[in-house]
Design a protein around this ligand. Sequence first.
Ligand code: FES
Length: 172
Amino acid sequence: MSIFSESAFSASTLTRFAKEVAKYPADQKQSAVMACLAIAQQELGYVSPESEAAIGAYLGMPTIAVHEVTTFYNMYNQAPVGKFKLNVCTNLPCQLGAHGGGQKALDHVCKRLGVEPYGTTADGVFTVQPSECLGACADAPVLLVNDRDMCSLMTNAKLDALLDGLKAEAAK
Ligand code: FES
């Protein structure tokens, strides 16, 4: 491990990296790249270019290969995001959903929060992003909160209730 990679993360993060690497044969430690990126994001809130370089050094892979993984998956943030990241699916099947398209849901959320797609509210509470298929096409429009909580059949009324609830949670 290089001095750079050691200084880029906390000791507990490096311990978690080692645990992930230990799951694979010694000559295949690059297989831990997704887990390491997720752990780095938990520590910093996003995956910085420095984190990518450090993970590349740690796993013995080119930084560009790490970057390719970061940019392929929606769940990795390439810049700081708000407390709640909202991914609204705007893929074709969701555009055809019974409750109106995903784009309509995205437009509603953006209008309600006063942000453009990929924007973060001034108070740092929300980041809104269009997203590719979230695997719940039959429940369109769908939205994923912080890469974990799936919200289905999101009418404008349900979107408003969700935003109000998250705002109240952020204010606690
Ligand atoms: S297209 Fe939106 S969840 Fe599949």
